[in-house]
Write a protein that binds this ligand. Structure first.
Ligand SMILES: C[S@@+](CC[C@H](N)C(=O)[O-])C[C@H]1O[C@@H](n2cnc3c(N)ncnc32)[C@H](O)[C@@H]1O
Length: 216
C-alpha cells in the first residue's frame, strides 16, 4: 500500500515529469562522479535506486558491460514510463535491464546487486521504511554512492531559502537538508562525503554493512 508520502511524491512528479530531463544538465558531472565512485567492473549487477526517467542507464551499462546487469525501480508512473522507453531500447540492443514500477518501501529486487546508485533520491534517503526495505536487500560489502542537495554551510545560511525552494517541487521532505545522508550512513561502513555546488549539494560513498547477526 502506498503511504501518504508516496502519494505526495507521485503527485509532485506528475507535475514535473514532462520537463524533468531538460533540468538535469547542470548535475550531469555529479551523476558521472557518483557512478565512478561505484568502481563498477565488467559483469557486475548494479541497482539504480529511484531511477527517474533512466538518465543513468547508459553510463551504468557501459560500466558493467554486456555481461553485467542493471536493476532499476521507480514509483512515479510518469517517470517510470519514460524510463521504460529507455530500458526497452537498451534491451533491444542486447543490454540486460530489469526495470520495475515500485516504491522503495515495497520493491523486491530480482537479484543481489554488487553496487547501488542513489542519485538525487532525497525522499528515499529520508524515509526509514524505504531504507529498511532496500538496504535489507543489499549484500554486506556492496558499494553505494549517493548525491543530492543539502543546506549551505552556516555562513551562507540566508541562501538556504533558495535551497529549500529548489527542493520543494521535487521532494516531500524538502526541509530535511541539514545532513541528508544521516539515516543512510547508519547502514554503511567507511562513509565519506564532500560538498558540491558551493555547498548546496553533496556526494558520498561507502559500503553496505552486513546484517547485524552476520557481523564479526
Ligand atoms: C530527483 S528524481 C531523480 C531521478 C534519478 N535518480 C536521476 O538521477 O535522474 C527523484 C526520483 O525518486 C523517485 N522517488 C521518490 N520517492 C520514491 C520512493 N519512495 N520509491 C521509489 N521512487 C521514489 C521520484 O519519483 C523521482 O523519480
Amino acid at each position: 500500500m502506498p503511504t501518504a508520502d508516496n502519494l505526495r511524491s507521485i503527485a509532485k512528479y506528475r507535475r514535473s515529469s514532462a520537463g524533468y530531463d531538460t533540468t538535469t544538465g547542470p548535475t550531469w558531472p555529479i551523476r558521472m562522479r557518483c557512478i565512478a565512485l561505484l568502481a563498477l567492473r565488467p559483469g557486475d549487477t548494479v541497482l539504480d535506486v529511484g531511477c527517474g526517467t533512466g538518465l543513468s542507464f547508459e553510463p551504468l551499462l557501459q560500466a558493467v558491460g554486456r555481461g553485467g546487469r542493471l536493476l532499476a525501480f521507480e514509483q512515479s508512473p510518469e517517470m517510470h514510463a519514460q524510463a521504460r522507453v529507455r530500458a526497452d531500447r537498451l534491451a533491444a540492443q542486447g543490454w540486460q535491464v530489469d526495470l520495475q514500477c515500485a516504491s522503495a518501501e515495497e520493491v523486491r529486487l530480482p537479484a543481489a546487486p554488487d553496487a547501488s546508485l542513489w542519485h538525487y533520491v532525497h525522499d528515499i534517503t529520508r524515509t526509514p521504511a524505504a531504507l529498511a526495505n532496500l538496504v535489507g536487500q543489499l549484500p554486506g560489502g556492496s558499494r553505494l554512492a549517493v548525491a543530492g542537495m543539502k543546506f549551505f554551510p552556516w555562513w551562507l545560511a540566508p541562501l538556504n531559502l533558495l535551497a529549500w525552494l529548489k527542493n520543494r517541487p521535487y521532494n516531500v521532505h524538502a526541509h530535511q537538508l541539514h545532513r541528508p545522508w544521516s539515516l543512510l550512513k547508519t547502514h554503511l561502513s567507511g562513509f565519506r562525503w564532500e560538498p558540491t555546488q558551493f555547498g548546496m549539494g553533496y556526494i558520498g560513498s561507502g559500503t553496505v554493512l552486513a546484517p547485524q547477526g552476520e557481523r564479526r
